[in-house]
Design a protein around this ligand. Sequence first.
Ligand code: UT7
Length: 337
Amino acid sequence: MSSSGNPSAPPYPVRIAGTGSYLPERIMTNRELEESVDTSDEWITSRTGIRERRIAKDGEFTSHLASEAARRALEQAGVAAAEIELIIVATITPDTLTPATACYVQQQIGSLKAVAFDVSAACSGFLYAMEFARHAVGAGAFRNALIIGAEKLSAFVDWNDRNTCVLFGDGAGAAVLLPSTNGGGKILSSTLGTDGAQAELLNIPGGGSACPALPGTAPVKPAVLSMQGREVFKHAVNAMRQAAIDGIAAAGLTIADIDLIIPHQANLRIIDAIVERLDFDRDNVFINLDKYGNTSAAAVAIALDEANRQGRIKPGDRILLVAFGAGLTWASAVIEW
Ligand code: UT7
C-alpha cells in the first residue's frame, strides 16, 4: 500500500535564497573499478551513464561534506551561520546512528541556536527536508532553515559487489530557505510519497536494531547497500513520472511551463524514460551523474547548486525537482526562481 499526496501550501511563501555543494577531491573512474571487480567501463557507461564518482577521504565524514556545502549556501544567501534557526540533514549514511548528523553540522558551522535533526528518506530526502522546512518557515515558526542532502555512501558499499559498488558516490548539497519577498521566487508546490511494502527492494540490512553490530560479533547481515536493481528501476520510472505530473498540476502549471527539470541522478536510462514519457525537451534536463554517480540524498541538492551556479536557472524560471529512492520514497517540488 502506498501513500502519496500534495501537502497544502504554508500560510506564507518561501524561497531558496542560496545553494551550495561540496564534492570530495578524490575521483574514482570506471577504469579503476575494472581492476577490483568483474566489470567494464563500457558496461557501467552504457547501463547507467556514470563515468566516475567522488570518494571521501578517511576521516572525512558525512557531516564534513554537509558542513562545507552548507557554508557555500550560506555565503550565497548572505545569511550568517549564527542566524540559522533550523538545520535538517537528509542522509542514509550518518556519521553515527545517534546523534543526528545535523547535530555535528550545527557545531562545525557554528549555528549554535539552530534546532537540528536528520531525515532518513534516502534519495528523496532532500525534497522531504525541503517540504518540511518550507512549512516551518512558511508558518512563521522559524525565520530561516538550512537544508542539506549529504552522503558518504562509499562507507556503506560492498566494494566486491559489482551490482552496487559501481553506482554510488559521495557528496553534499545544501540550500537556505527564507520567507519569500514581494516579487521574488518561491516554492510553488510539492508532492511526497511512500510505499513501505517495497522496503526490501533497496536497503542497508545490517547495523540497525533488526541486525545489530554488537561488541565482539559481526552482524549477521552486513551494513552495506543491497538492491534489486531491475525492480527498483521500474518503480523509479513510474513513481518519478507520476510525482512530476502531480507536482506540476499542484502548482497550477503544465509541463510546457517548466524551464528545467532537475531529476534524481541514479541512472541516465531512468532519466531518459521519464523525460520521454513527459514529452519534455531533453536539453532542458540537468544531468551530472556522469561525474558523481548516485549520491542518494545529495544528488538533487548538488544538481540544483550546479544548475544555479552555471546560470542554467534565471529569475522567474520554473524548475521541477523530482526524486525517488529506498523506502520506497518519492518526491517532487516545483520552484519559481
Ligand atoms: O537511487 C535509488 C534508486 N536506484 C535506482 O534507481 C537504480 C535502479 N536500477 C538500475 O539503475 C539498474 O537496474 C542497474 C544499473 C542497477 C542494473 O542495470 P540493469 O540493466 O537492470 O542490469 P541487470 O541488473 O538486469 O543485470 C544485467 C547483467 C547481469 O548479468 P546476467 O545475469 O544477465 O548474466 C548482471 O550480473 O549485468 C550484470 N551486471 C554487471 N556486469 C558488469 C551487473 N552489474 C554489473 C557490472 N558490470 N557492474
